[in-house]
Design a protein around this ligand. Sequence first.
Ligand SMILES: [Zn+2]
Length: 202
Amino acid sequence: MSPLIQVLDEKYHNVKRDLFGLQTPSVFEIDEKMYNMDVVDKFRMFDVQFEEIYSSPVHPSGLDSEYGKGKDVIGVTYFYRNGEQNGSAVFIVVNSSDEDIVYLKKYISILHELGHVHDFENQINFDSYARASDAVKAEAYAEIFALKYLDRDKQDVVHKFVKSQYAEALKNRKQRSEFYASVHKEINIYISESRLKRWRKF
Ligand SMILES: [Zn+2]
């Protein structure tokens, strides 16, 4: 294990343990094959008890929201209700054909997915009662949550590195679809393009 990978792994496990003090999440580690499995099958596999699974965020204009289909983030979070209790099940892919970047990706993914949970618990872009959510704003919220966390401690060189990779991935992604172009615009309201550009220069 290289020193970088070791630090990334340590940071991943610290976040997985502390969960930013969030109340609802359970984090499950899966392999790439399970990532594409149906949500109910995923829940069954890990014995997640639920009465209702809230539908994933939808795009306000009916475009494919691409929720949980990211290529840079290898995780997905589902929100559910069991009795009176809300829960969130975070699935993180921890193996990949690309061993070199899996540690980077799983760290980015847990930060991103817990961003969704933070959003859900505070009902910012999710409305559990109305069973409504905004996919563009939710996706941007998760990215901003992760990036701001990485930016918090300016002395943290590993975070600086992760942030540069993250900003680079965002740049490539906005070209990919209309959905991600909209997400990027939303991110830019809170994090300017020039700031992202600075972050990319590690
Ligand atoms: Zn997301």
